[in-house]
Design a binder for this molecule. Structure first.
Ligand code: 5GP
Length: 189
């Protein structure tokens, strides 16, 4: 997706050897025009797939999923990373290792919001080693629902997530795939 690639090049920043910071438009400040184009692009990529719900993970997935959901005309459910008194006790739970925080955490979805009739599109901001996506797939599997596909805004193609997900036969569409960082500049596949 050209507009996304241009935004990554002009407003993203490579940190260390494997992190791309995009808080100018995706992870902190949100560029709503760009998010709308991302939503339309996901709709095009998954056209014809049976999808009645979008599942994402807090926090950064929520804005992406919410704007995309308007083009799919379906509700959004987000997996919660923080337990709270407000959360139903009856939840599907899974363990996810956070790439950016370098620790495990439990993510939960109330059983009310995932069920066996559902055809789920999973959306997230980044795909690195695939732990977040695999956790969401696990939640969907526990509920008996089906994964119709996974849509990722930025895939870091030099990490293993993409090949793990594709080897499971799941449709994975990434709007920008970075093959490497060269002298601090993202190079797209
Ligand atoms: P994975 O679970 O695929 O290893 O990592 C994906 C999750 O980690 C995403 O939900 C995202 O929040 C975070 N993440 C992984 N790599 C990056 C990165 O390079 N930049 C940012 N901003 N987040 C990342």
């Amino acid at each position: 997706m050209q507009l996304l690639k241009e935004s990554i090049l002009s407003r993203g920043r490579v940190v260390g050897k494997d992190i791309l910071k995009v808080d100018e438009f995706l992870n902190h400040q949100l560029d709503i025009k760009l998010l709308n184009e991302i939503g339309k692009e996901f709709k095009k990529k998954f056209n014809g797939k049976e999808i009645n719900k979008i599942l994402t993970i807090e926090a950064s997935g929520i804005a992406i999923a919410s704007i995309a959901a308007q083009y799919f005309d379906v509700p959004v459910v987000f997996a919660k990373k923080v337990d709270s008194k407000n959360l139903d006790k009856d939840t599907y739970e899974t363990e996810v290792y956070s790439f950016t925080k370098a620790r495990n955490y439990t993510v939960r979805v109330s059983k009310k919001f995932l069920n066996k009739e559902d055809n789920i599109l999973i959306l997230d901001d980044f795909l690195a080693n695939g732990r977040a996506s695999l956790g969401l797939i696990d939640l969907v599997n526990q509920s008996g629902a089906r994964v119709s596909g996974i849509g990722i805004v930025i895939e870091k193609g030099f990490q293993e997530g993409g090949s793990i997900i594709r080897s499971k036969g799941i449709t994975l569409e990434s709007l920008a795939i970075i093959k490497e960082f060269k002298n601090g500049v993202p190079i797209f596949k």
